[in-house]
Design a protein around this ligand. Structure first.
Ligand code: FCB
Length: 491
């Protein structure tokens, strides 16, 4: 029986989540904080990128964002009013360690200490992510993630942050979605720093893995034994369009450079051979030095964070293949090195305002597949949610029934996975509030709480109230949506 069975046995009906399940919401520093030049903070790659004309929709940037840096007490009160038990946020590296080197800035650390204190006073568990994409620009100027030194700098920053918050934060995540950092940042260039160099993107991926390993060692040297370490990935739930060997091989290729490039070294201790073969015309992987694989896995993960929004349907490319799906933006450069032979397909059916298909079976299949691949490693859904074109009605209220339906269907998938043996510790809705959605600026609203960017007023949407009911009771209301079926079980 899996270690989680005692916990899971607490679920008395199929609509109830296990006792102690964490109900949270997620945000990220650059997307909400604002105060970009306050208290010693220096520019990150996202400050520079968003201030570069043509990179972000409408020229939007994170200078003010939701002004969480000044309004964090209101935001914690909101979470408390909603009955949430956990909050996942990220620390801005260049607020804590301007330029990415040297001593920490006390005012930067004080902000996060005050935020954590406020959370704990409201019985909300803080879940810290050290890196959600905002590399100090000076480290990018020195070469960025394709340079090995960036991983070592990350370990120093991790130690400084843990020294300041380690007495009061139990759950630590090193990196958020290193796939996006490596392949959107250095491959397709739709994210900061906007480089389009496939070989450099592969180097970046390795140095992000190494940063996790060196960071984990730094954290363990400072944190009390009860601390738990994790990393958050955005596993691509890859499905072949047909069962043909060519389409299956396309899925294998995307699984290698989308998923196993991280789970291989992080969990299994090696890069997959098929990935190395697929990419051999781009690199000989000599940037992986002796001892790196041991360093990446020196401290095992206590929890694996997974972010899920939509599955990826792929086939062998044909002359009539449609446009490539890049998730966070389109570019003539691919975020998938050595995968020119692969086409991405938009599944039929409902889509969110991002154009992402709504498919909770992907979440179910992902949780079950990871449970099988990594037995004994608990999972946490660190992001899940949807963007819709929300707007206040005449009464000032924001009704977002599509988001309620999305959350309902995806929570149903989580429950089904738990009832089938997946060890899932918690669910974090992306996002607590509307925010700066990277290359899409403020045009996409993912929040459960509506932000009026002129007044910075916060208005919980109807989905916030709905989610609050689930979080308070640990129970999913009777499904109105179709039950979640697994694509795997349909095969
Ligand atoms: C994830 C990111 C998060 C947000 C959501 C929509 O990939 O981690 O910051 O942009 O997508």
């Amino acid at each position: 029986m899996p270690a989680s069975d005692t916990r899971l046995s607490a679920a008395t009906s199929s609509h109830e989540f296990p006792m102690g399940f964490m109900w949270g919401s997620s945000t990220a520093s650059y997307q909400i904080e604002g105060a970009a030049a306050e208290d010693g903070r220096t520019p990150s790659i996202w400050d520079v990128f968003s201030h570069t004309p043509g990179k972000v929709w409408n020229g939007d940037n994170g200078d003010v964002a939701a002004d969480h840096y000044h309004l964090y007490r209101d935001d914690v009160r909101l979470m408390s009013d909603l009955g949430l038990s956990a909050y996942r946020f990220s620390v801005s590296w260049s607020r804590v360690q301007p330029t990415g080197r040297g001593p920490a800035v006390q005012r930067g650390l004080d902000f996060y200490r005050s935020l954590v204190d406020e959370l704990l006073e409201h019985d909300i568990e803080p879940v810290v992510t050290l890196y959600h994409w905002d590399l100090p620009q000076e480290l990018e100027d020195a070469g960025g993630w394709p340079q090995r030194d960036t991983a070592e700098r990350f370990a120093d920053y991790a130690r400084l942050t843990a020294e300041a918050l380690g007495d009061r934060v139990r759950l630590w995540t090193t990196l958020n979605e290193p796939w996006c950092s490596a392949f959107l940042g250095y491959g397709s260039g739709v994210h900061a720093p906007g480089r389009t160099e496939p070989a450099a993107a592969l180097r970046a991926a390795h140095h992000l893995n190494l940063a996790h390993g060196l960071g984990a060692t730094a954290l363990r040297s400072v944190l009390p034994a009860r601390a738990q370490l994790s990393i958050t990935l955005n596993p691509h739930q890859v499905r072949p369009l047909t069962r043909s060997p060519e389409d299956r091989d396309a899925a294998r290729r995307i699984d290698a450079v989308g998923n196993r490039i991280f789970t291989g070294p992080l969990i299994k201790g090696a890069y997959p051979q098929d990935l190395i073969t697929d990419t051999e015309r781009l690199t000989d992987w000599s940037f992986v030095r002796d001892g790196d694989l041991a360093a990446i896995r020196r401290h095992p993960l206590d929890v694996l964070g997974v972010n899920y929004y939509t599955p990826s349907v792929v086939s062998a490319a044909t002359s009539t293949s449609g446009p490539r799906s890049d998730g966070h933006g389109n570019s003539e450069h691919s975020p998938w090195p050595a995968a020119e032979s692969v086409a991405f397909h938009q599944p039929p059916g409902e889509r969110t305002a991002m154009g992402w298909s709504v498919d909770p079976t992907g979440l179910y299949d992902l949780l079950m597949s990871f449970s099988r691949q990594f037995p004994g490693l608990p999972l946490m859904i660190t992001e899940n949610g949807a963007a819709y074109d929300d707007a206040p009605g005449p009464d000032g209220q924001v009704e977002d029934p599509e988001r309620i339906a999305y959350l309902h269907a995806h929570l149903d998938a989580v429950l089904k996975a738990i009832n089938n043996g997946a060890d899932v510790l918690g669910y974090f809705l992306w996002s607590l509030m509307d925010n700066f959605e990277w290359a899409y600026g403020y045009s996409k609203r993912f929040g459960a709480v509506y932000i009026d960017y002129d007044t910075l007023t916060r208005t919980p949407k109807s989905s916030a109230h709905w989610y609050s009911g689930v979080a308070r009771t640990g129970r999913l209301p009777e499904a109105t949506a179709a039950p979640v079926l697994s694509a795997e079980s349909e095969e």
